[in-house]
Design a protein around this ligand. Structure first.
Ligand code: ADP
Length: 459
């Protein structure tokens, strides 16, 4: 009703005006008067309409034109509408930005495809996985960019399992699992997951099980063969019996060593066994290892100790003894008779180094990066014949990792090897005062050719 009050009032005023003019003059003048007034009103409306059209091109409340009272409510309402629209679009922009950030944070690739399999949008992970460009490739058929036949077939069926594919990215092979999820009106979400690491772990697991089975099969077969022979021979000759028992014991020991090494590895890998830290007297440990080496060598090698520091280590003595013992045992086992094995402990700046040097068979450079892999052996038969399990350096690697230490290997085939364990300064403890006071402490039961015990540099 309010809308009509103004025009009705205006028309009544014009009619009254025309009647007065008619009474004063005549009817023609009255009509002319009414026409002129109406035309003036029309011109005013046309002017406001033009202003409205001009303003709508860039409708900002602050640039709203001055218009006649009749148009004012229209402009005010439009301005209100524009303001609320702006608020809503700002809110939408914030939501969209949040969605973009969330989509970018998803570790999986997400690509939206329309009914015709054209790319609508994709997140940064999908750009990497599928080799797309989120800006350039919008509207392009996904099969124009990913042409693998298995992918094209996958796109056009209703797959119930993810599609595994391999792609090269930056010179690296990625193993991807692709999944298709229908949504909306026949649109599709193409999801990609990087399963490279998972596949590697799976391969390591399979290889590990195969290796363990292989390692156990030989001794079990030997023992089973001897037992069968013994069962078939009611009264075996004593020499045969003695030889069989001897060989069976060797094979059993081999299995025992393998199982012990496997248990050690699994304990080291388990988070349930935190590192039991205590100050470890490395000099004392080196002396014990020297004695072990001599026992293992049976006088076939010269064993030397080179103690250049009295520093102690903060760590687990059992684990360090096991790791260092493996290095010492390898040095003895891979050094021919008459060779020399040196066990040392020295400082290197803030770091400290435990090292074992041998004059043995050495290692070709291409094998060095793989030595700490489980069951990796350069010479399989030599490792077995000297009682190796192929797990020694894997155990060393784990123990060092738990002590934030690193292994350095320097070797020359035919000349020998040096395995150095470098401990960070944070693991090194200063020598106790009494050791610093009397550094020339004699070594026990020294049957070594030369015991090099130099001045201790403590600190
Ligand atoms: P293994 O029980 O076979 O000795 P390890 O894990 O201790 O297993 O060592 C892995 C391989 O590294 C060995 O099989 C051997 O080929 C090589 N290796 C380790 N230490 C030495 C060394 N001091 N000299 C030469 N080769 C070595």
């Amino acid at each position: 009703m309010d809308t009509w009050r103004r025009p009705i009032t205006l028309f009544i005023a014009i009619a009254i005006g025309a009647v007065i003019v008619g009474a004063l003059a005549n009817i023609v003048v009255a009509l002319a008067f009414a026409c002129v007034v109406l035309m003036l009103i029309l011109v005013a409306h046309l002017r406001d309409l033009t202003a409205l059209q001009r303003w709508l091109k860039d409708p900002r409340p602050e640039t709203m034109p001055n218009v006649s009272a009749a148009w004012e409510p229209t402009f005010t309402q439009l301005a209100r509408l524009i303001r609320s629209q702006r608020r809503r679009s700002a809110e939408l922009r914030v939501t969209l930005d949040r969605f973009r950030l969330a989509a970018a944070a998803i570790p999986d690739g997400v690509c939206m495809l329309d009914v015709n399999d054209r790319i609508e949008w994709c997140n940064p992970t999908a750009e990497v996985h599928l080799g797309l460009d989120a800006k350039r490739d919008v509207g392009i058929l996904i099969t124009n960019l990913m042409r693998q036949p298995e992918f094209v077939a996958f796109l056009h069926t209703e797959p119930d399992a993810p599609l595994p594919i391999r792609v090269m990215r930056d010179g690296r092979e990625l193993a991807l699992a692709l999944q298709m999820v229908p949504y909306g009106q026949e649109q599709k979400l193409l999801l990609s997951r990087d399963v490279t690491r998972f596949e590697q772990v799976e391969t390591i697991r399979r290889d590990f099980v195969a290796n363990v089975s292989h390692e156990l099969r030989t001794p079990i077969t030997v023992v089973a063969g001897f037992l069968e022979n013994l069962a078939d021979t009611p009264k075996p000759p004593p020499e045969f019996l003695e030889r069989s028992v001897h060989l069976m014991r060797d094979q059993t020991l081999r299995m025992q060593r393998l199982v012990e090494d496997l248990l050690t590895l699994s304990r080291l890998e388990s988070e349930q066994y935190p590192l039991k830290e205590a100050p470890v007297d490395v000099c004392d440990l080196v002396r014990k290892l020297g004695a072990d080496a001599r026992g293992l060598s049976h006088g076939r090698h010269r064993v030397r100790l080179d103690l250049d520091s009295h520093s102690r280590l903060n760590g687990s003595e059992d684990e360090l003894r096991s790791a260092f013992g493996n290095l010492v045992s390898n040095a003895v086992r891979y050094t021919p008779e008459g060779g020399c094995v040196t066990i040392g402990w020295s400082g290197r700046g803030a770091e400290s180094v435990f090292w074992v040097q041998d004059s043995g068979i050495g290692i070709e450079p291409e094998h060095i990066p793989r030595l700490t892999e489980r069951f990796y052996r350069v010479d399989r038969s030599r490792s077995r014949s000297t009682g190796g399990t192929g797990l020694g350096l894997a155990i060393v690697k784990h123990v060092l990792h738990r002590h934030q230490a690193r292994l350095e290997v320097a070797s020359e085939p035919g000349k020998g090897s040096t395995f150095s364990v470098v401990f960070p300064g944070a693991r090194v403890l200063a020598a106790p005062a009494e050791k610093v006071a009397s550094p020339q402490e004699p070594l026990p039961e020294s049957d070594s050719e030369l015991v090099a015990q130099r001045r201790f540099e403590v600190g």
